[in-house]
Design a protein around this ligand. Structure first.
Ligand code: AMP
Ligand code: MG
Length: 417
């Protein structure tokens, strides 16, 4: 089973930076070890268990990059155009022909193997035909328009590293090697609960002071995108005993337990006490806004993360705490988020020593520069602020003021998961 070692709880200080939290998690989580073999069509998003070295060079043979005429560069004159007889024709998929005779050209098509002796291809657009001869202009470099065997990837090259989260282009590479299956880590299994007496599931009847549980579906969708197998464990009430027994009943059967709500220190926030009664817990006060406390712990050997209940806080802390944990548990190489520089179309004051995320839309100015327009309202409970925006501007701990026109870092929602 995946593990989070106990000593991470030595770090439960009063206020922890996002980077500190992430490095503690990543260093202490042990990845799942089980390996399964999947076919190429099922490989996207899976975590490669073993390095893949190129079993053959790519391209596997030297071939023409264009439709045209293959020649021997040694036959070409430097100063004047030449007319060569066309002897032979080779199309894609045909076997290579015997040596090109001196002073001759071979008709060739894109992807066809280069005839023996030929090393240069004239594009058909650059030549003309004159009584069965091809007239070749001056100035083409020897080797032009030829793709050499192995120029993309030489045989034996380490092409994909273990821990790579396979993307469509990675799957293409595996296919280009002629492999039909890949060895990947098994998917990690994550259970998700919501907590709160005010919550009901969509479809159930809603009391006047109740709201439909939305976080659970957001979190499950994000986990699925990260390649997890998700168990939906519904809603738990604000009651320590029932929370504790529910947590205990799933611990040990999966790789991560994730909850939302009830992790603050109010009288009706029972998650902390529930985890403490069945496992070990630390409450991290992360220096992040929106955020509030995030609870982490171990219950019966299973890592536990409790996110805040406000939807935006839940989203942001998922990205910074759950995502790196899931990647580490799944055996994936950490994928660092790289903000894209954009112009701030807003001013903003913030606290020093706290990471803040501002919900923004991107807009292109007349001069082509991309700028980030701040969502007009800031509440951490506003789902519309996530739905109606393109992403988050990340403001580092050292920043206290964003001035209009300043360059800031933008993270698109698609890049966060
Ligand atoms: P809590 O973190 O439990 O104090 O909740 C903070 C706020 O988030 C409260 O207004 C809750 O009603 C709301 N909230 C908590 N859990 C959810 C959820 N699963 N879906 C939507 N809103 C929630
Ligand atoms: Mg609550």
């Amino acid at each position: 089973m995946a593990q989070l070692s106990d000593d991470c709880f030595a770090f439960g200080g009063p206020m922890m930076s996002v980077d500190e939290a992430v490095s503690i998690i990543a260093a202490r989580v042990t990845a799942v070890q089980d390996i399964e073999t999947v076919s190429l069509v099922a490989a996207d998003g899976r975590i490669l268990a073993k390095e893949i070295s190129a079993p053959l060079p790519l391209p596997p043979f030297t071939n023409s990059a264009v439709d045209g005429y293959a020649v021997r560069s040694g036959d070409l004159a430097q100063l004047e155009e030449q007319a060569f007889p066309v002897a032979g024709r080779v199309q894609a998929g045909a076997s290579a022909q015997g040596p090109v005779e001196p002073g001759h050209a071979v008709r060739i098509f894109t992807g066809a193997p280069m005839p023996q002796g030929a090393d240069t291809v004239f594009m058909q657009e650059d030549v003309r035909l004159d009584q069965g001869r091809v007239v070749l202009p001056v100035g083409l470099k020897p080797g032009a328009n030829v793709r050499m065997a192995g120029e993309d990837i030489p045989a034996g090259h380490s092409a994909l590293a273990a821990g790579q989260r396979l993307r469509p282009q990675d799957v293409a590479l595996v296919a280009a090697f002629g492999l039909t299956h890949v060895e990947v880590r098994r998917r990690i299994r994550v259970a998700v609960f919501s907590t709160g007496n005010e919550l009901v599931s969509p479809g159930a009847s809603r009391g006047a002071a109740q709201l439909f549980d939305s976080n659970r579906f957001m979190l499950m969708a994000m986990l699925v995108r990260l390649g997890c197998e998700v168990s939906d464990l519904g809603i738990l009430g604000d009651d320590r005993v029932s929370l504790a027994s529910a947590l205990k009943s799933v611990a040990g059967t999966l790789d991560l337990i994730l909850t939302t709500g009830g992790v603050s220190t109010g009288e009706e926030d029972h998650v902390k006490a529930a985890v403490e009664s069945v496992g070990t817990l630390v409450l991290w006060r992360m220096a992040i806004k929106p955020g509030r406390p995030v609870a982490m712990g171990i219950i019966g050997g299973t890592p536990f993360i409790g996110l805040p209940g406000n939807p935006v806080a839940s989203f942001v802390t998922f990205v910074h705490v759950v995502r790196p944990t899931v990647l580490a548990l799944a055996g994936a190489t950490q994928q660092h988020l790289i903000p894209m520089p954009v112009r701030a179309a807003f001013t903003y004051k913030k606290k020093i020593a706290r990471r803040e995320y501002v919900r923004v839309n991107l807009r292109r100015r007349e001069n082509g520069v991309l700028e980030a327009v701040k969502f007009p309202r800031e509440g951490a409970g506003l789902l519309s602020s996530l739905v109606d925006t393109d992403g988050l501007v990340e403001l580092g701990e050292e920043i206290t003021l964003v001035e209009l026109g300043q360059t800031v870092g933008f993270l698109g929602y698609a890049s966060l998961i």
